[in-house]
Design a protein around this ligand. Structure first.
Ligand SMILES: [Cu+2]
Length: 174
């Protein structure tokens, strides 16, 4: 029983470590809208193209406006190396930031953000971009991470493994 616990702990720890090894992981190749692009209308969807297949699970994409709202109107759809999220319009003209988090085939989470602008050509600029004032501007867009990060699995496994080792050691010292 004691030995079993030790073996189980060893296996679990090895499994946790095997999540880590680095193979070439996915990198973002392009996006639509492109980084720093200036659009005169809200796009229908956001597409991210990676250089290799990414995991069907764990993908999250947000489209955060300067109002702090997430305008992504669907869950991300992963098709090979392409991740798409629908937009159901956007808010006022201004800055938006695509925030993404995907897990590449080698298990590494890939995160990034892609800023773009929408400047409606209509004369009614509802929300003019405020010029630099001393007013505090909300710069940090907190990325809500609704995905289930792989590292938490590793952490849980590691904790379970450590507990098993501790248990075994404690039994031995009795
Ligand atoms: Cu990697």
């Amino acid at each position: 029983m004691k030995r079993l616990a030790v073996i189980a702990a060893a296996i679990l720890t090895a499994t946790a470590l095997s999540i880590a090894p680095a193979a070439a992981h996915a990198t973002l190749q392009s996006s639509n809208p492109a980084e720093n692009s200036v659009l005169d209308a809200a796009p229908d969807e956001v597409t991210l193209t990676f250089n290799q297949t990414v995991s069907q699970n764990f993908a999250t994409v947000t489209v955060i406006g300067s109002d702090g709202m997430d305008w992504a109107a669907s869950d991300p759809v992963v098709d090979g190396g392409t991740v798409t999220v629908d937009l159901d319009g956007l808010g006022a003209g201004g800055e938006y930031t695509i925030g993404y988090r995907v897990v590449s085939a080698d298990g590494h989470p890939i995160t990034g953000s892609i800023p773009f602008q929408v400047t409606p050509s209509s004369p009614t600029s509802a929300a003019p971009a405020a010029p630099a004032t001393t007013e505090t501007t909300p710069t940090a867009v907190e990325e809500t991470d609704s995905g289930f990060p792989l590292w938490t699995i590793g952490a849980v496994v590691a904790v379970v493994g450590a507990a098993g080792v501790l248990f075994a050691l404690r039994k031995r010292s009795n």
